[in-house]
Design a binder for this molecule. Structure first.
Ligand code: ZN
Length: 114
């Protein structure tokens, strides 16, 4: 039995919001990938059924012409849910010592994804 891990596509918008127009993003050759492979990897980004298509289109535009405008303009009802959850996780994660976080992650990987 395997567990599909879902990575929210909103994390890409968060990252691009921070890196937009920085020297760093201009200086690297970045490609958001994984869509062209089969079988589809277990780690696969998605948001919700309403906005997944917009997410994949925005990523495609970025990969093609390196313009992050479409990514930065992404929006949906599920973005607010993501933001709320992220703030809660930030608070929770910050309160857990690093050793415990690593230990919890290893435990998860070793016992939950089998
Ligand atoms: Zn959505």
């Amino acid at each position: 039995m395997s567990t599909k891990i879902i990575i929210r596509g909103w994390i890409i918008k968060e990252i691009f919001s921070k890196l937009h127009n920085t020297e760093f993003i201009k200086s690297i050759e970045l490609r958001i990938g994984g869509f062209e492979f089969y079988p589809i990897p277990d780690l696969f980004i998605r948001n919700c059924d309403k906005c997944n298509k917009n997410l994949y289109n925005a990523i495609d535009i970025y990969n093609t012409i390196k313009d992050d405008t479409a990514i930065l303009n992404l929006n949906c009802d599920c973005y607010n849910d993501f933001k709320e959850k992220m703030y809660i996780e930030d608070d929770t994660i910050a309160s857990i010592p690093i050793k415990e976080r690593i230990s919890n992650s290893l435990e998860y990987l070793l016992y939950k994804i089998v």
